[in-house]
Write a protein that binds this ligand. Structure first.
Ligand code: HEM
Length: 479
């Protein structure tokens, strides 16, 4: 049983011409030369993962790619990933030119100022411990039940649905209720269901293409981006104003952000700082989980034996109901299925870093300011670390099988100080949603629908995920 082919075709038309791009100090980094002037810009734009897969297959674990005037370095081994992600003194976050800042400002994900990042991370960390997330379970579960009711109302047996779109809906509802005690779905529908997509896509295009026109130019794309951002900002500032007026009391992330004080200055966060952390939580905290679940259901539709085993586990424990918190430890195979899906389709496929000064990586020289792209897809399908790497096999995640792994061979949540703060939240939510959906429905992929991976900041299915939905039992389920 194999997963769909990895994004691995060689770039076409002679663009894969190769050469060494860095020779100064340390070992030279092998590189893809690409086209004159442009380098690999077009290949990165059309399919960054395919371009980086071809570079990895041709040159190995560390490869330089020219993107016009800049060179970026692709990292495809656990050893090099560990070095780049854990040593924050040598490799930091992208700085002021990170286009994601146009959307997220300088929240946890995009801040490059170590001190303010650390202050905010310390303050937010207690909200994300396993114990605290467990307290949110009832909210997650009620949101899941609301979503299942919505599915039952909207779709008849055998109806077609875009699973990706529906999962985005429930994960957004879960993050907004758990973290901000509010439901923003109606507001986002008013702004336009694709608002966040448009904003993030715009930022990503800029990340890949150093020749993008300045944001201030009145191009149609720039104008659309500014319109969308103005609406999103209105919503964020409204959330803040309403909570300030109501006062604390919800014991959620928004309360924590509003009441925290800087240990040195005693100052509270400004509205701008609050807005940045809130939009970061929305952006980082819903699409990632929705996408991995989408790929999970796609994989299940292609692997009937895994699906049967999962259904047996879920039916045995739940008999059609939505899992309680106490049920989760009794659903280990469910969790493994999700973990294995995240290995093949890490929803944040590329983790970028910036060399803070002239340095080396795996003994190779990197100049100050070099952009390093840690490629989780290549690492998690690395043939030296994963036997039969394209095979979808949740048993890889059995406790005994995990023992021999390299520490950084599996890192869907990143590694080092910036390890995903929402990891426990995401795993609990995913196990709940996966079990709840499998308990009630069998989802079959529509054969005519084209499944194409599209890596932006996240690894989306380019044309969504069209499936048909078949109720597994006709009982009224107990909750
Ligand atoms: C399957 C789901 C998820 C995946 C695969 C994922 C993946 C990641 C990765 C790879 C990073 C590291 C980025 C870096 O090092 O530059 C990260 C950071 C982050 N994630 Fe997640 N994430 C998921 C869910 C969530 C959820 C549910 C939340 C919040 C509710 C969240 C919030 C964040 C934040 C705020 C950061 C920045 C942390 C920091 O730099 O201090 N993520 N995530």
């Amino acid at each position: 049983m194999t997963a769909p082919a990895p994004p691995g075709r060689a770039p076409a038309g002679g663009r894969g011409r190769t050469g060494v791009v860095h020779r100064t100090g340390g070992l030279p980094v092998p590189g893809v030369r690409g086209l004159p002037l442009l380098g690999s810009v077009n290949d990165f734009r059309s399919d960054i993962l395919a371009a980086m897969r071809a570079g990895f297959e041709a040159h190995g674990d560390l490869v330089g790619y020219r993107l016009g005037p800049v060179t970026v370095y692709g990292v495809s081994s656990p050893e090099l990933a560990g070095e780049a992600l854990t040593d924050a003194a040598r490799f930091g976050k992208l700085g002021a030119d990170n286009p994601l800042r146009l959307v997220l400002g300088t929240g946890l994900l995009t801040s490059s100022d170590h001190d303010s990042w650390m202050r905010n991370r310390r303050m937010m960390q207690p909200l994300y411990t396993r114990a605290k997330i467990a307290e949110m379970y009832a909210t997650m579960r009620s949101s899941t039940d609301g979503w299942l009711d919505h599915l039952a109302r909207e779709y008849r047996p055998g109806d077609q649905l875009d699973l990706h779109k529906e999962l985005m809906r429930v994960t957004l509802d879960i993050v907004s209720r758990c973290m901000f005690s509010t439901n923003v779905l109606d507001d986002l529908d008013t702004i336009g269901p694709h608002a966040v997509d448009i904003a993030i896509n715009y930022a990503f295009q800029r990340l890949q293409n150093p020749f993008s026109p300045p944001v201030s130019w009145p191009t149609p794309g720039n104008r659309r981006f500014r319109r969308v951002m103005a609406s999103i900002d209105d919503l964020m500032y409204r959330l803040i104003a309403e909570r300030r007026a109501a006062g604390p009391g919800d014991a959620d992330l928004l309360d924590a952000l509003l009441t925290c004080r800087d240990a040195d200055t005693g100052e509270a966060m400004t509205d701008r700082e609050l807005r940045d952390e809130i939009i970061t939580t929305f952006a980082a905290g819903h699409e990632t989980t929705a996408i991995t679940l989408t790929w999970t259901f796609y994989l299940l539709s292609q692997h009937p034996r895994v699906l049967r085993r999962l259904q047996e586990e879920v039916d045995g424990v739940l008999a059609g109901r939505t899992p309680t918190l106490a049920d989760l430890p009794r659903l280990p195979y469910t969790l493994r299925v999700f973990e294995e899906a995240m290995r093949l389709y890490p929803s944040a496929p590329i983790v970028p870093r910036l060399a803070n000064h002239d340095t080396t990586l795996g003994g190779h020289h990197l100049p100050a300011g070099a952009r390093v792209l840690v490629n989780l897809v290549n690492i998690q399908r690395h043939p030296d670390h994963w036997p039969d790497p394209e095979r979808f096999d949740p048993d890889r995640f059995e406790p005994a099988a995990r023992k021999g792994w390299h520490r950084y061979a599996y890192l869907p949540f990143g590694a080092g100080p910036h390890l995903c703060i929402g990891k426990h939240f995401a795993l609990m939510e995913a196990q709940l949603l996966l079990a709840a959906l499998v308990a009630r429905y069998e989802l079959r992929h529509l054969p005519a629908h084209r499944v194409v991976q599209h890596a932006t900041i996240t690894l989306r299915p380019r044309y969504g995920m069209e499936m048909t939905m078949h109720p597994r039992r006709r009982t009224t389920v107990a909750r």
